[in-house]
Design a protein around this ligand. Structure first.
Ligand code: ACO
Ligand code: ZN
Length: 168
């Protein structure tokens, strides 16, 4: 088994790349914290395709958060008619008892570094319009709201599409 290096430390919390053995604990965090769930196969494929931006936060050897992303090619959220390489934050969560300590921000910042390693032009995500904590986190980091997606979620709630553009 290989040990992943620490990308960032926030107090006693380490942010590092995800290992295969982290997938079940990451899925458990997702099940506890978000209504959007995914198959085992989907987690495995995201880890295989973009390990640079599938990251976990760990405290005392226990996972307390994760972020997972993919790379897509499509129309820019910034440039009219531009075709670009885009990172997509599929999901991020931190366990409730470990929130408001900067772990979510650390995960997003390190995922940005990860998608920049792959020379992505932009990073985007969807977030529930009612999810003020997450919207504030993304805004703090520099994401801007580009669209409101009507009835994006299964329960009918709208999403904001938020995105950030990179310069190299
Ligand atoms: N109220 C107001 N602003 C908040 C709050 C809050 N309760 N929580 C976070 N923020 C904002 C603030 O701007 C904060 O910066 P500050 O501390 O300097 O004020 C900034 O976010 C960073 O906060 P962190 O402590 O880094 O964030 P945290 O570790 O608490 O994680 C997260 C934030 C991931 C959104 C967490 O609340 C969570 O897991 N929520 C449930 C799951 C979820 O909603 N995930 C996002 C769904 S969208 C998607 O996955 C693409
Ligand atoms: Zn998405």
């Amino acid at each position: 088994m290989t040990m992943q290096v620490a990308l960032r430390e926030i107090g006693n919390c380490v942010i590092r790349r995800c290992d295969l053995s982290d997938l079940i604990p990451a899925m458990e965090i997702n099940l506890k914290t978000l209504p959007e769930h995914y198959s085992d196969y989907f987690y495995e494929s995201l880890l295989a395709e973009l390990p640079e931006a599938f990251l976990v936060a760990e405290i005392d050897k226990k996972l307390v958060g994760y972020i997972m992303c993919k790379i897509e090619y499509g129309f820019s959220n910034f440039k009219k008619l531009g075709f670009v390489k885009k990172g997509h934050v599929v999901s991020i969560a931190v366990l409730p008892e470990h929130r408001k300590k900067g772990i979510g921000e650390g995960l997003v910042q390190e995922a940005i570094a990860g998608v920049k390693l792959k020379k992505s032009d932009e990073l985007y995500l969807e977030v529930r319009c009612s999810n003020n904590e997450a919207v504030r986190l993304y805004e703090k980091i520099g994401f801007v709201t580009k669209q409101r997606l009507k009835a994006y979620y299964r329960d009918g709630e709208d999403a904001y599409l938020m995105a950030i553009e990179f310069a190299y």
